[in-house]
Design a protein around this ligand. Structure first.
Ligand code: NAD
Length: 503
């Protein structure tokens, strides 16, 4: 039976052992619409007792879920995929209401999440092992099988409140593990809705659980001895912390962190063809994407043209409530984020950057209480300054001209982060040099947002990723399983004749 859940201004509930339950924790915080500042719900800040209950439910569900054949497990995801598809518009609108991105952006996010559910439906093939007769020696066969481990937890950030949970949940669960999601406390409502759909699918109780909260819930998950592994996405500071703390109890961890992604614009770039993808990579989701490009390195003569075109296109972007038709740039997620971004623009100007477009001046008369930052373009951002090095996570782009492709690559490789980098050029040789030498996990060639699709790993390097196996696709399947090697010998089996059987 499908359970009901409060999504108005009531307090959200956890979903544990197949039931909606109120968190034991007494503390909660408000979820607000960033375009209007209206309160939408309260989210409980679950503590160790709530996490203990969820882990116990997930641990109890594991033996029988593990024994459910992969093809049967996949069937639950076919059904979930169907329900998500039927509710895609409602889910996209919820994302806009609590996070602020435009409706088109949110629709794209929903599609990317569903793509991962579809990919996980192929789990029988994805999880298959391999073997070799006489692999160890004559008459001794060797094979590897991949087995689930137990309870996994995922901790996700605010900027893709729907999609990022699906980098993990479908793979972990389809592999035969049981699972706890701890979504961002900033915008947890869309996952509450997703879990109503999960409930309607009818997964066995305890297989998938939802625990709302902030750092207390995270710490309890990181320390719990029965949690076998942690998937994390968020800022680098939190990712590094999660990686180190979870490892103390021997968990496997994959932790994606922050970014400062650069694009290199070569003098031969086809800006007529690619300006719109570049603009989307700067200002889409108000710059709150881990793959947002926030640094432009125009090479030589490319500088003037790139600056003029970006300034002109950015100046035309319509800022407003993401639910309004025609709006291209929504608010940032919170008043705190807006104030932090304003501070970063001020600091950049103080450090010598030129504000070609200054988003601090933006006004949205029809949404006077929204947390808006206008499109910002800073030129002559010098290496070493904060605006050059630090993730601003807002619609703020810094331009820093360079003399050569070598200089651009050296600058990118000197950075702390290694999430993504893109090059715009018509030269195959320049593109090849770039992809070969640049030390980021994701590379775009005439592509603004270098976002891997579901059946590829969502990569990341240096302080943008802690761990070995990345989210999505085959990497995720390997992360959520242990390889077991079986070496078999039967007396007489090496002669190819069997006597004494069947009598
Ligand atoms: P965040 O680090 O503040 O929060 C992420 C999660 O960690 C949340 O669930 C939060 O409750 C929890 N958390 C926060 N502080 C904690 C603490 N001190 N102890 C324990 N848990 C804590 O990140 P955010 O602001 O929600 O997300 C934005 C960041 O995520 C950006 O830096 C962005 O680049 C990054 N991000 C990275 C990727 C990627 O693939 N590399 C993808 C999306 C977002």
């Amino acid at each position: 039976m499908a359970a009901t859940v409060q999504t108005d201004i009531g307090t959200l509930q956890n979903y544990v052992g197949g039931r909606w339950v109120s968190a034991e924790a007494v503390e909660s915080q408000e979820v607000r619409n960033p375009a209007t500042d209206e309160p939408l719900a309260r989210v409980p800040l679950s503590g160790a007792a709530d996490v203990d209950t969820a882990v116990a439910a997930a641990a109890a569900a594991f033996p029988s879920w593990r024994a459910t054949p992969p093809q049967e497990r996949a069937r639950y995801f076919f059904k979930l995929r169907q329900l998500l598809d039927e509710h895609r518009e409602e889910l996209a609108r919820l994302i806009v209401a609590e996070m602020g991105k435009t409706l088109d952006d949110a629709r794209g996010e929903v599609q990317r999440g569903i793509d991962n559910v579809e990919t996980a439906c192929g789990i029988p093939t994805l999880m298959m092992g391999y073997g070799l007769e006489d692999g160890a020696a004559r008459g001794i066969d060797e094979e590897v099988v991949f087995q689930p481990l137990g309870v996994f937890a995922a901790i996700t950030p605010f900027n893709f409140p729907f999609m990022i949970a699906f980098w993990f949940l479908p793979y972990a669960v389809a592999c035969g593990n049981t699972f706890i999601l701890k979504p961002s406390e900033t915008d947890p409502m869309v996952q509450q809705r997703v879990f109503e759909l999960i409930d309607a699918v009818g997964f066995p109780p305890g297989v998938i659980n939802l625990v709302h909260g902030g750092k207390d819930a995270v710490n309890a998950l990181l320390d719990h001895p029965e949690v076998r592994g942690i998937s994390f996405v968020g800022s680098t500071q939190t990712a590094a912390y999660v990686y180190a703390r979870a490892a103390q109890t021997g968990k496997r961890v994959q932790a994606s962190g922050g970014a400062k992604n650069a694009i290199v614009v070569m003098p031969d770039a086809n800006m007529d063809a690619y300006l719109s993808t570049i603009m989307n990579s700067f200002y889409g989701a108000a710059g709150q994407r881990c793959l947002a490009n926030s640094l432009v390195l125009p090479v030589g003569a490319a500088h003037h043209d790139a600056r003029e075109r970006v300034a002109e296109a950015a100046g035309r972007l319509r800022v407003g409530d993401g639910l309004e038709p025609g709006v291209e740039l929504g608010p940032v997620v919170s008043a705190t984020a807006r104030d932090r971004i304003f501070g970063a623009i001020t600091a950049a100007v103080d450090e010598g950057a030129e504000a070609v477009l200054d988003g601090r001046q933006v006004r949205v008369p029809e949404r006077p209480r929204g947390y808006f930052v206008g499109p910002t373009l800073l030129d002559n951002v010098r290496p070493g300054t904060r605006a050059y090095r630090e993730e601003i996570f807002g619609p703020v782009v810094g331009m820093s001209p360079v003399e050569s492709l070598d200089e651009a690559i050296a600058q990118i490789n000197a950075a702390e982060y290694g999430n993504a980098a893109s090059i715009f050029t018509e030269s195959g040789a320049a593109a090849r040099k770039f992809r070969y030498e640049v030390e980021t996990g994701n590379i775009g060639i005439n592509v603004g947002v270098a976002a891997p699709v579901a059946y590829f790993p969502f990569s990341g390097a240096k302080r943008s990723f802690f761990g070995t196996l990345h989210p999505q696709g085959r990497d995720a399947v390997r992360f959520y399983t242990e390889s077991k090697v079986v070496i078999t010998r039967w007396t007489g089996g090496d002669r190819g004749t069997v006597t004494g059987v069947g009598r």
